[in-house]
Design a protein. Structure first.
Length: 142
């Protein structure tokens, strides 16, 4: 069945498709071969409803494109946040020991642990004494 929708040039659309849909004009309905108007009133109403839906959808798409253009520098934070949380959870589950004495490589962790052991009250007091004392004839005076 041919589409036979009136074209802007005044001719009728010659497209034929066995599925019953024209790629440009939508549903193929029985039409008057001279004028191109639908034969049945119900078909005319259905075509008008389809056309109105197409217009609404095109307006919606245009508004979405405008929004994307206006805020092109923004990104969808929900998907980004989900990725970050998944990565953090994966790191916690796979490497729970790394967080115990600070991050980094094993050698850095052992250095951090040894620094905690060697830092006592006495060592800190000795450092203060060295700063505040001065020498007189080779002897330390406080």
């Amino acid at each position: 069945m041919a589409c036979w929708t009136p074209l802007p040039s005044g001719k009728l659309c010659p497209r034929r498709d066995p599925t019953g849909r024209c790629r440009i004009h939508g549903s193929v309905v029985p039409r008057n071969p001279l004028t191109g108007s639908p034969v049945h009133e119900a078909d005319r109403l259905r075509l008008q409803a389809e056309q109105a839906d197409l217009v609404r959808q095109r307006k919606r798409d245009l508004q979405q494109r405008k929004r994307r253009r206006r805020y092109s520098h923004l990104e969808d934070i929900s998907s980004h946040a989900e990725k970050v949380v998944a990565k953090q959870l994966r790191n916690r589950l796979l490497h729970p020991i790394r967080k115990e004495y600070g991050g980094g490589t094993p050698s850095q962790r052992s250095l951090a642990f040894s620094a905690l052991i060697h830092s006592t009250v006495d060592t800190r007091a000795d450092k203060k004494k060295q700063f505040w004392c001065y020498r007189v004839n080779g002897a330390q005076v406080f």
